[in-house]
Design a protein around this ligand. Structure first.
Ligand SMILES: [Zn+2]
Length: 155
């Protein structure tokens, strides 16, 4: 996918097998970007990723997510990715050049947002770090999941 404002996300491999439900109806708080615009989330089975944050041609922020991939993820991990993508927009990442540090920043912002809202009990955290450690692919801020989990622990 080569959109002008394409922002690749940290990803999980598509070969996950644990079944999990993701209702397509919104069940998370509305996400607003750095300019106060509502971020729309919509499914796209063609992306080769869990989700991608981008700016639409009309200038509004969006997240596209792949329901084939998310259906294979545990709900705790899907929820984290919802917040992770929102964090990219809240931090203005989709408005500029994709560069090192953005994935760690999005992870930390997502984690802290969830923790502050009481949405990161230890039981959820253990599921999340297990999935991130096992399935995160090499990206701009880490080569493997273990490095990602180490970064998350420093948030
Ligand atoms: Zn990301």
């Amino acid at each position: 996918m080569t959109l002008a404002f394409y922002l690749a996300t940290a990803t999980l491999a598509a070969f996950l097998t644990a079944p999990a439900a993701l209702a397509q109806a919104p069940r998370y708080p509305t996400c607003y970007d750095a300019n106060g615009y509502e971020v729309t989330y919509r499914p796209d089975r063609t992306i080769n990723d869990v989700a991608i944050s981008l700016i639409l041609p009309n200038g509004f922020p969006a997240v596209v997510w792949n329901p084939i991939v998310t259906a294979k993820l545990r709900p705790e991990t899907v929820e984290f990715f919802y917040y992770h993508e929102c964090a990219h927009h809240q931090l203005g990442h989709a408005l500029g050049t994709y560069r090192p540090g953005m994935e760690i920043a999005a992870d930390c912002h997502a984690f802290n947002t969830m923790a502050d809202a009481g949405l990161m009990p230890f039981s959820k955290y253990t599921v999340l770090i297990a999935d991130l450690r096992s399935y995160s692919r090499s990206g701009i801020d880490w080569n493997e999941g273990f490095q990602r989990v180490k970064s998350l622990a420093k948030c």
